[in-house]
Design a protein around this ligand. Sequence first.
Ligand code: SF4
Length: 165
Amino acid sequence: MSTQITGTLVWYYAICPREAWLMAHEVEPEREFELLAQGRLNQEAHYGRATKELSLPGMRLDQVRREGDRLVVSEVKKSSRFLPATRLQLGYYLWRLREEGVKASGEILIPKERKREAVELTLELAAEVEETMAKIEALLHEPAPPPAVKIPFCKRCAYAEFCWS
Ligand code: SF4
């Protein structure tokens, strides 16, 4: 099992801690997570040519550009349905960059809805990121995942059959 926290893991944790545990422990989903693939295509179709990639240990950012003295990190999503989780995911990236001494801002892009939301690493968001990281660390050391709790995301989740059949 990898205990490396990633932005994706933060996003899943914000949606469902059980899913974050299953992913981190590399429990194979029983069917393809098509929506992930669709999201990827969506991103490539709209922004593939205009952006650069930045890699740090355990973190690969696909959408980065420079604006003045700072970087702008974009996170492209299919819809605004899970915005709080996406804000936390971006907050995690900005927190990591700050730890590396890099000034950065974030933006959430939802091409299908023609939406853009700016995200800054405020004191509140940084505290939320740190709290979330500590909770994920603790969760990943648990010997078993938390029990399944039915949420709207279950319908789109790769682990739906695993949890509910
Ligand atoms: S199916 Fe539902 S409870 Fe199970 S991991 Fe996915 S989101 Fe969580």
